[in-house]
Design a protein around this ligand. Structure first.
Ligand code: BTX
Length: 328
């Protein structure tokens, strides 16, 4: 860990408290000059660090920049040894995760960014990812028990994100099958799970789980095409928690579910949170749009729908629209 990272980790863990340059240097076993240089470097990156002659350095409680230093201390045992890499800006954290795995197939960890210039949704769609208002993260996973079912991973992630939001904010998010999380009727989160094939074994060797969460309202509003769809957890100013805390909570929650994915014990919670069950939905099939009633989530996370001809069909991926939306 560099001195800058050590200084940041200390200040993040003691946010709002002051420490003199000398005490910090002694604690970290580095020189006072290197502490001073590290603090200046952090200030340039946007950290609000006050320096007063009598009290020393203090990281403002308003600072909320994504960083390894702030996240790692909050992670559970299950994530020890996982890498946390935070970027200011990147094309897409899923693309970056793929590039990293290409270089190092054993990589395990999470890639985060303050902003994505080419945030990706499903089917080539765009996920709008403005700076410093959202969480854009990609987890690099190995399949557990040879299970590489993307729908199961997506549904487990949806439950983990809902649990994290509820634990940290008290808000009650719901899920639109299969990969969208809604709060007060608006989409606050999307999930994109992608598999990377291992060429030798011809099996999925690595899974990239991308999660995009609108944390606070962006500085400039959402673009027109998603104005009526997109929502956020908090308004521009009043976030009760930091994004770093939210990242850590999502990771901790997900890694509680993931090793036991094969048991599918989280699916009951998914069903309870899934607001499409019981609703009339439409989905595309070839050139047609089919109407059906969503009746269940099956054991693989698929959506069971009842067709007008009395038959049932299981949807394993794709997009559904809700025809008549209940008031909620
Ligand atoms: P999706 O295809 O289900 O949703 C994309 C659709 O959602 C868009 O067509 C648009 O209508 C709407 N949309 C776009 N941006 C937003 C937004 N910020 N909030 C709400 N609605 C929006 C969902 O795909 C999967 C998204 C995964 C995003 C993560 S971020 C980290 C990782 N990296 C990456 O490039 N993608 C994933």
């Amino acid at each position: 860990m560099s001195t800058k990272e050590k200084v940041l980790q200390y200040l993040e863990q003691h946010k709002g408290e002051s420490i003199s340059g000398q005490d910090l240097a002694d604690k970290l076993e580095v020189s006072r000059t290197s502490v001073w240089k590290a603090v200046n470097g952090l200030k340039k990156e946007g950290y609000q660090i006050e320096a007063t002659t009598n009290k020393g350095y203090q990281l403002s409680i308003d600072t909320d920049l994504l960083s390894e230093a702030a996240i790692v201390p909050l992670l559970s045992e299950a994530l020890k040894g996982h890498r946390v890499i935070a970027h200011k800006t990147i094309d897409s954290t899923n693309l970056e995760a793929k590039r990293i795995v290409n270089e190092d197939p054993t990589f395990e960890g999470v890639i985060l960014s303050e902003e994505q210039t080419k945030g990706r949704g499903r089917l080539g769609r765009v996920f709008y990812s403005p700076s410093e208002s959202g969480l854009y993260m990609s987890l690099v996973l190995r399949p557990v028990a040879d299970l590489d079912n993307a729908t199961l991973i997506t549904t487990a992630a949806a439950v983990a994100v809902c649990q994290a939001i509820e634990t940290l904010t008290g808000k009650k998010p719901q899920i639109k099958w299969v990969n969208d999380i809604f709060l007060d009727g608006r989409k606050v989160c999307g999930i994109l799970t992608e598999g990377i094939m291992d060429m030798e074994s011809r099996t999925i060797g690595t899974i990239i789980l991308g999660i995009g969460l609108n944390f606070r309202e962006p500085e400039t509003d959402f673009p027109d095409e998603i104005q009526s769809i997109a929502g956020t957890l908090f308004d521009k100013k009043n976030a009760a928690v930091t994004r770093n805390q939210m990242v850590a909570e999502i990771l901790n929650r997900f890694y509680l579910l993931y090793p036991d994915l094969v048991k599918r014990s989280y699916l009951d919670e998914y069903r309870k949170r899934c607001f499409v069950l019981g609703e009339q939905v439409t989905f595309p099939q070839g050139n047609e749009t089919i109407e059906a009633k969503a009746i269940a989530i099956d054991n693989d996370g698929g959506l069971v729908v009842a067709l007008p001809n009395g038959k049932t069909k299981i949807l394993t991926f794709g997009e559904i629209s809700i025809k008549i939306k209940k008031e909620r």
